[in-house]
Design a protein around this ligand. Sequence first.
Ligand SMILES: [Zn+2]
Ligand SMILES: [Zn+2]
Ligand SMILES: [Zn+2]
Ligand SMILES: [Zn+2]
Ligand SMILES: [Zn+2]
Length: 312
Amino acid sequence: MKRLLTCILLILCIMMIDGCCLKHDWQEATCDKPMTCKICGETQGEPLGHEWLDATCTLAKTCSVCGATEGEPLGHDWMAATCEHPKTCRVCGATEGGNADHDWIEATCLHPRKCSVCGITEGGTLPHTWVRANYDSSKYCSVCGVVEGDSLIPAFEKRKYEFTLKKGTTWDYTTIANADNSNVTGKATVIDTRNYYSDGAHAGRDGYEWREATVEFKMPTGCKVMLGYTDKYTGMEEYAVTNYITYSDGTRMPVVATESYKYDWEDDVCVSYGTLSVQVPEDYEDLVFYVSSADYALTGRVDPNIRFMEMK
Ligand SMILES: [Zn+2]
Ligand SMILES: [Zn+2]
Ligand SMILES: [Zn+2]
Ligand SMILES: [Zn+2]
Ligand SMILES: [Zn+2]
């Protein structure tokens, strides 16, 4: 019997040592540990599990309860700096550094120098980039397309190309003063026209005739007047004073011409006489005589006062 009691006592002791307390002292469960007895270490239930907060730009995925982390922060999603804001995170709005410079678009005739981002402008617009008029199109700006004036063909026609050279024809003529390049207006008059085979100063040639005109200019001062001849328009070449004639099939032929001038003063009026003689085939129909300012003719510009007359 005594042996039996000893044995029971021993078993009880072993059970005590083994953790079977009479009253457990529980510690609450945590994220990763179940509820556990502080005395015997017995557990009950499951760990609570972490309360994860999503990772952010600067923080890894984190437990809101115990602070445990997992993985890496996401990192910022940067937008480049502009003139309006510094380098900025699309997600959290964090910034780094200062604003960038303006993104300038250079000035044109349409707009001043301006920033493509914020629209701020600097200075004024540029002049147009003109492309010269030709026979088919007017002078225009290659940047904005604005058009100015006529093409040369209508201009040519509008300048009374249809006139026929006739003795007695008179018109107001504006040209450029010798002295100061100012515009001066006076009268131009065709005082003589002549067709002939030859004379003392002009040799004859078979099948050709000389066509001649003398124009008198009465101007308030000495002027840069000029007589010349050209042919009808036949192609895309720049409109210019020519020293050849063109047939309707496009063939061109140089011709011989002479010019002479004399001038005198009559009561403060400068009177000058210009004579132009051109030798062309007798049957040639398209000779055009013109009166223009020498200044324009020499610079290749079109004299706005040029006058064309058919020289039959
Ligand atoms: Zn216990
Ligand atoms: Zn936790
Ligand atoms: Zn961020
Ligand atoms: Zn800007
Ligand atoms: Zn323009």
